[in-house]
Design a protein around this ligand. Structure first.
Ligand code: GDP
Length: 298
């Protein structure tokens, strides 16, 4: 991801840094090229407009033109604006588990987005890195193998999963999971909800009902980076209807252009918290705005 954007920007900056002095026209030309590069990377148009306006204002305000190394100053301004666009500091992307235990993490999203895999990955992260006691529970009663799939994942990881009771409905499973979480002294209960192929009212109503029962400390939307701007639209919709606290972008190991990752925070007001970078259970990364900006700018 970001390869196309990264090489486009690096050629813009090469041109700028090779010159000793810059005119206002040079800066404007660079901004035009940055704008095109971002749009080609599939960043949402309003986000691109804001970004370019901000960078331009700063570049002119800070007397880049008169400085000794104007090109490098522009690179620095772009870097800082990218970090801001991605959500600023790392604090924002940390998982909030600061509630009376067990902390409920509600996983939501469309079918096939990587919800179940990500539930397993988060369980692994919390048990190995943070030494948390985690309970996994699948609320997906529609796909016959779903609950079993999560139980198998749990076994692979050595993480407990809620025993399956055939015929029990999602809200009741969620209640039982929280009871079990309290009784068993768990720190975290991860609730993997059912997804459908498209958003529908039924799905939203069910997720909202589960949310009301468990009061999640995190509601994470899991979405596939490969669907580009649709991921941003989806996040906005889930946020309006359910109220998400963060986003997990999966399949960033694929060749997505990266626009979704860059637009997410600005469009939804919610941070990306984690990145899925492969099928394996350790293929999960925390989201660091500064590192992503560094990756893009090389
Ligand atoms: P769910 O329907 O949302 O629960 O989706 P699953 O967790 O079953 O994942 C669907 C498919 O996507 C599986 O084959 C996963 O191995 C795969 N997958 C999940 N996350 C990632 C990721 O970050 N990268 C890649 N390459 N594949 C992923």
């Amino acid at each position: 991801m970001f390869d196309g954007l990264s090489s486009r920007l690096s050629s813009v900056f090469d041109k700028l840094t090779r010159r000793g002095a810059l005119s206002e026209a040079d800066v404007s030309e660079a901004m035009r090229e940055i704008r095109i590069a971002l749009l080609e990377a599939d960043v949402a148009l309003p986000v691109v407009k804001d970004f370019v306006a901000k960078v331009k204002e700063r570049a002119i305000g800070q007397d880049v033109i008169k400085s000794v190394t104007p090109g490098q100053m522009v690179v620095k301004i772009v870097h800082d604006a990218l970090v801001e666009m991605l959500g600023g500091d790392d604090q924002e992307s940390a998982l909030n588990l600061a509630v009376v235990p067990p902390a409920p993490i509600l996983m939501v999203g469309l079918q096939g987005s990587g919800k179940t895999t990500t539930s397993g990955k988060i369980a692994r992260l919390l048990t190995t890195r943070d030494r948390k006691k985690v309970l996994l529970a699948s609320l997906d009663v529609y796909r016959p193998a779903a609950q079993h799939q999560l139980a198998v994942l749990g076994q692979q990881l050595g993480v407990d999963s809620l025993p399956i009771i055939a015929g029990q409905m999602p809200v009741d499973i969620a209640r039982r999971a929280m009871d079990e979480g309290r009784k068993g002294g768990y720190d975290v209960v991860i609730l993997d909800t059912a997804g459908r192929l498209h958003i529908d009212q039924e799905l939203m109503a069910e997720v909202a009902a589960v949310r009301d029962v468990v009061t999640p400390s995190e509601t994470l939307l899991v979405t596939d980076a490969m669907i580009g701007q649709d991921a941003v639209t989806l996040a906005r919709e889930f946020n309006e209807k359910i109220g998400i606290t963060g986003i997990v972008l999966t399949r960033i190991d694929g060749d997505a252009r990266g626009g979704a990752a860059l637009s997410m925070r600005a469009v939804t007001g919610r941070p990306i918290k984690l990145l899925g970078v492969g099928e394996k259970l350790d293929a999960l990364e925390s989201f660091h705005p500064d590192r992503i900006a560094g990756r893009i700018l090389g």
